[in-house]
Design a protein around this ligand. Structure first.
Ligand code: CDT
Length: 311
């Protein structure tokens, strides 16, 4: 048996602060057309793929922050992506900053959507693990203010029946947390899509900087293997507004092996012919959750947030 989903990981080079949406959408459309030419049914774009990674700047003006957010999806500026998806029958994952009005209250989320080959939104995810800090830290060369600009996602780690399989989504820092993959694994996920913006330099932990590529691979490969799922991780990379960003977008098989990886720090498409049925043997043997998991022994995971060492 095989269920082939040909997927494209559409890495982006830097987006400048001054780049208007239509200019960025033109780049995304070019990558989507390349994906179609390569036989893809699904193309994955990065986190916050319509703007620069704005949490690197401290801003007090709500109008200034909101200018980086999408008030509707699709909008006049993003509609061409949906139209082209339908014309080419290529679905996509897109990360963007979402501004929503709920119960008369303005809310901002770091969001991704899953759009099918008819141009319809079939899934939405709001980032749960928000890294960085909430207050201005002027001693840093650049900020990481996701905790200031976004609320914690309120939609959980969902999965959707789409593209002939079970597809899940998460965003960037989520990929470092085993709980992310396991919650989707417990829903039978067969392909996890995720976009990222990862500065090479992390001011509070400079001693990790030289290990950035390794930690990126390590987290995604472990998540894939331990849950018997494909993982597609896609970067926005290069030197964005003076901040070098990690590359190495990759498509990872349920074995944990990376089957395709980008070679540049620019707009670049990589493609893999993913057999979703490759998940089966992992889900039926080593990671047969129903046969081997022991949830009673894992209670602390839900009951306790931070580590408390014994006396
Ligand atoms: N965008 C994002 O989540 N980036 C984080 C950087 C962490 S350093 C504060 C990441 O985990 O890649």
């Amino acid at each position: 048996m095989s269920r082939i989903l040909t997927v494209g990981a559409a890495q982006l080079g830097p987006i400048a602060c001054a780049d208007a949406r239509p200019r960025v959408v033109t780049r995304l459309l070019e990558l989507m057309r390349q994906a179609h030419a390569m036989g893809c049914g699904l193309v994955v774009f990065p986190e916050l793929a319509l703007t620069t990674f704005f949490p690197r700047w401290y801003m007090e003006s709500e109008a200034e922050i909101d200018a980086f957010c999408e008030k509707e999806m699709p909008s006049a500026e993003t509609r061409p992506l949906f139209d082209e998806a339908a014309r080419l029958s290529v679905g996509f994952y897109l990360g963007y900053a979402e501004l929503s009005l709920e119960g008369g209250r303005k809310r901002r989320f770091n969001t991704s959507i899953l759009v099918d080959g008819a141009g319809r939104v079939v899934g939405k995810y709001r980032k749960i693990h928000l890294p960085g800090h909430a207050e201005h830290e002027p001693s840093r060369r650049f900020q990481h203010l996701e905790k200031r600009y976004f609320e914690i996602g309120d939609l959980g780690f969902g999965v959707w029946r789409a593209f002939g399989g079970i597809i899940g989504m998460c965003i960037c820092n989520d990929r470092r947390w085993p709980e992310t993959y396991r919650v989707m694994g417990l829903q039978g996920v067969e392909m996890v899509l995720l976009g990222y913006n990862t500065p090479v330099h992390n001011p509070p932990a400079q001693e990790h900087d030289h290990l950035g590529d390794f930690h990126n691979r390590l987290s995604m490969q472990a998540g894939a293997y331990q849950n018997g799922t494909w993982v597609v991780g896609v970067a926005k990379t290069g030197n964005e507004e003076g901040v070098p960003m990690l590359a190495q977008s990759q498509i990872i098989a349920p074995s944990g092996e990376t089957v395709a990886m980008t070679a540049t720090e620019a707009d670049e498409l990589i493609v893999a012919r993913c057999d979703l049925d490759l998940c089966n043997s992992y889900k039926r043997t080593m990671f047969n959750f129903a046969a081997h998991r022991v949830p009673e022994a894992y209670r602390l995971i839900c009951e306790r947030r931070g580590a408390i060492p014994p006396d």
